[in-house]
Design a protein around this ligand. Sequence first.
Ligand SMILES: [Zn+2]
Length: 169
Amino acid sequence: MKKVAILDTSAIFTGVLNYIPFDVEIYITNSVISEVRDSNSKYRLETALQSGRVKILNPPTSIVKRVLQEGSMLGEIINLSQTDIEVVALALYFYEKGFDVTVFTDDYSVQNLCKRFGIKFTPTKTEGIKKVRKYIYKCPACGYKSKELPPDRKCPICGSELKRRLFNR
Ligand SMILES: [Zn+2]
């Protein structure tokens, strides 16, 4: 079964693009592209579009209408933007063609709607808030510690090569 990933705007922002396996085809809607504002995400997206890694496709209006109706029935319509609706509609389009579809989104209303249609979704935020790691340089021989690595990478006390260690608070 062909695998397809649909990205919403937050998924591009969090850089999930880099984590999707290469056997998965990635699609986004024009509405998502127009919502990407920050320059890092824009650059990432442009590169992915140029290389063909990400393709643009807009859902058929008949499917958009069905998603709108379902959204109203769920009472989610005030929480859903036109972009949200189109993201789900594009996912539904592939899903009904028999593709293995996953929507990458952090929006609860979009997730809710996906659930309603039986479409898989994956939150992306865990990728976005990766902890900032801090390192310390330690001498394995004499135990000397420094936050900075000397240019020669050697311990100023005994001359051994310093090793990098994760800094624990
Ligand atoms: Zn030392």
